[in-house]
Design a protein around this ligand. Sequence first.
Ligand SMILES: Nc1ncnc2c1ncn2[C@@H]1O[C@H](COP(=O)(O)OP(=O)(O)OP(=O)(O)O)[C@@H](O)[C@H]1O
Length: 297
Amino acid sequence: MSLLQVEALSVRLGGRLLLKDIALEIERGELFGLIGPNGAGKSTLVKALMQLLPYSGRVCLEGQPLARMSARARAQQLAYLSQDDRLQWPISVRDLVALGRHPYRGSWWRGGLPGGPGADAEADRCAIEQALQATDIDSLRERRADELSGGERARARLARVLAVEAAVLLADEPVAALDPMHQLRVMELLRARCQTGQTVVVVLHDLTLASRFCDRLLLLDQGSAVASGAVERVLSPEHLSGVYGVQAIIGEHEEGGQVQRYIVPWSCEPSAACGANERASEDQGDGSFQRGKDPSA
Ligand SMILES: Nc1ncnc2c1ncn2[C@@H]1O[C@H](COP(=O)(O)OP(=O)(O)OP(=O)(O)O)[C@@H](O)[C@H]1O
């Protein structure tokens, strides 16, 4: 049985149908990417999976409808990194990350604060320290989280979500504010988490990162699933031009015996990509993309 099952999921808000009849099965240990243009419905889907929006259809975790789970059980099973990076309080980075352990504590009004009854202080400490290290913000732990740069804050918010150590991590654009090195580190981190049995659903706009790191993809457009499954099939030239409205240079890079694709959105104009890259070697015939050769080959 798949870990996460989504059946006939639709979301209607403000009189608009934002998601239409989405079906999805995500396996344990999978790094599953949600892609699509602005307004396609990616965040809406993640929020519906998190039970933060009303929806019709079913969302099950190991066969159990999430809607019937207690909020605490859900908070232990699913960790959510939202797109909204506003911070409500001027708390330290370390305290922000520690909030990720909240689902394991007793009610705070019953003494369930860090170290209080019901808390496993050692498990909390380990999870918090690991998350601080993994996101490269250990040196920022005493800083006020609301005074960090955009990328530092993004990593601190991700650390809070990692500290939950939930079975499923849903991350809405976790790398959008990050520099290239930290983008790669975060994707490698998510990949490593999957290898230890966690399941990650990640919203991405960077198609090369999606292609390189995700096991499978779902491409959304205007609330509908356009394609899902193998990365190569979903990120086809037809989808890039038809859904994103771009021409892209698609290249291949070989490393350690593995061929990986890179996708560089190049132009919004149907003909401008032709000749844009002198290394382009293969015209697909429909004028929609060119295949670039690895510059390092
Ligand atoms: N609460 C709401 N009420 C009405 N419409 C909404 C609401 N929230 C989102 N929408 C609309 O739903 C559509 C999908 O929004 P969503 O945030 O899911 O897109 P997205 O794919 O995550 O886009 P982006 O890449 O820009 O983050 C958009 O047209 C948006 O305006």
